[in-house]
Write a protein that binds this ligand. Structure first.
Ligand code: TXA
Ligand code: MG
Length: 323
């Protein structure tokens, strides 16, 4: 596998049906051309991901998304206009172009326009190489199924270095600036429904659409399992007061909390983010650090549920769930 900072190399690999691990502003993705089922099959195999867990199709711009998604309601257009390029994924009815290999056989498709300049450059180059302005790259997070998503090229190497082939490419675009996966909004019903919280918050969606969020959705988001994003260390959610009352430990317990939460004596501080945005940015690296240090337990004090805090809480809860 070639590791490079050159988007054109990643685009060439993709055009030829190989895989490319790609930086986005949320997390790194493992990409394949969305119109090549044999390449998509390799993505599933590399991750160890069940075939009925659909993938997000990444396109260059909103116009290109219309080749993959149909029956787009006005509120979805408003969301795309407000937040693309950015950490938002829209689920809508699929067009004929969105095949079973990316949709897991469902009649919907997930589409996203990333704001990462390197990702953008890859898609531009791929459009150039294929002559297809709406070419899509299907890319799940570039981690083994159920594990912590990668936010750096080094994380991708640790996850997938041994399963990617000679012709595959890892595009190094630095650390992901958001740090948790995109907000997924189901746009198949009369009201938007958030399937996965992210940097675009519930309040953002309501403000931009002028609608209240719909409560339930019959759209399946199979990747949003109760147990996910899990390091090897056991993750436990703590409130700051309970944490403060803890006595000496045997140095195998890590602490992850905002900077204003002190580290109890004898514990390993994994990270002390100053803001909730920083918390999201460092979250996955901190969970990986716990494993690198061979800690047995991570005590995490969740942030408040405002803004991206809801997404951080969601990921911590899934990391803490063992079944
Ligand atoms: O930020 C992100 O979204 C990253 C970057 C690489 O773009 N991608 C990502 O992909 O998180 P993945 O595969 O790890 O998570 C995609 C989620 C899964 O929970 C999947 O079930 C859901 O999107 N999804 C995909 N297609 C769907 C569909 N048609 N209907 C409902 N959920 C869908
Ligand atoms: Mg994932």
């Amino acid at each position: 596998m070639l590791t490079t900072a050159d988007p054109a190399a990643a685009a060439r690999a993709l055009a030829d049906g190989h895989l490319a691990a790609l930086p986005t502003e949320t997390v790194y993705g493992l990409g394949a051309r969305a119109d090549l089922p044999h390449a998509i099959a390799r993505v599933y195999a590399a991750k160890g991901r069940p075939a009925d867990h659909p993938l997000i199709v990444h396109v260059r711009d909103a116009a290109a998304s219309l080749a993959w998604a149909a029956d787009i309601p006005d509120y979805a257009r408003a969301l795309a206009h407000a937040f693309w390029p950015g950490p938002l994924t829209l689920v809508a009815r699929r067009t004929d172009r969105a095949g079973d290999s990316i949709t897991g056989g469902q009649d919907t498709v997930a589409v996203r326009v990333s704001s990462h300049p390197a990702m953008h450059a890859v898609l531009d180059a791929l459009v150039e190489l294929t002559g297809d302005a709406s070419i899509g790259v299907a890319a799940p997070s570039a981690n083994r199924f159920g594990r912590v998503s990668p936010t750096t090229a080094e994380h991708v190497l640790a996850e997938l270095g041994d399963v990617l082939g000679d012709d595959d490419v890892l595009l190094d675009g630095g650390s992901s600036s958001v740090g948790v996966e995109s907000t997924i909004v189901d746009c198949t019903g009369p009201l938007p429904v958030i399937l996965r919280p992210g940097h675009v918050s519930a309040a953002d969606v309501e403000r931009v659409t002028g609608l209240s969020l719909g409560a339930a959705s019959d759209v399946r988001a199979p990747g949003t399992l109760a147990s996910h994003y899990a390091p090897r260390a056991r993750v436990l959610l703590f409130d700051a007061d309970t944490l403060a009352a803890r006595k000496n430990d045997n140095a195998t317990t890590g602490v992850l909390a905002l900077a204003d939460v002190p580290t109890p004596e004898g514990h390993v501080r994994l990270s002390a983010p100053a803001t909730v945005d920083d918390y999201a940015r460092v979250l996955y690296a901190a969970l990986r650090e716990a494993d690198a240090l061979e800690l047995t337990t991570v005590l995490a004090v969740p942030p408040a549920a405002t803004g991206i805090g809801a997404a951080v809480i969601d990921r911590l809860q899934r990391a803490a769930t063992t079944s």
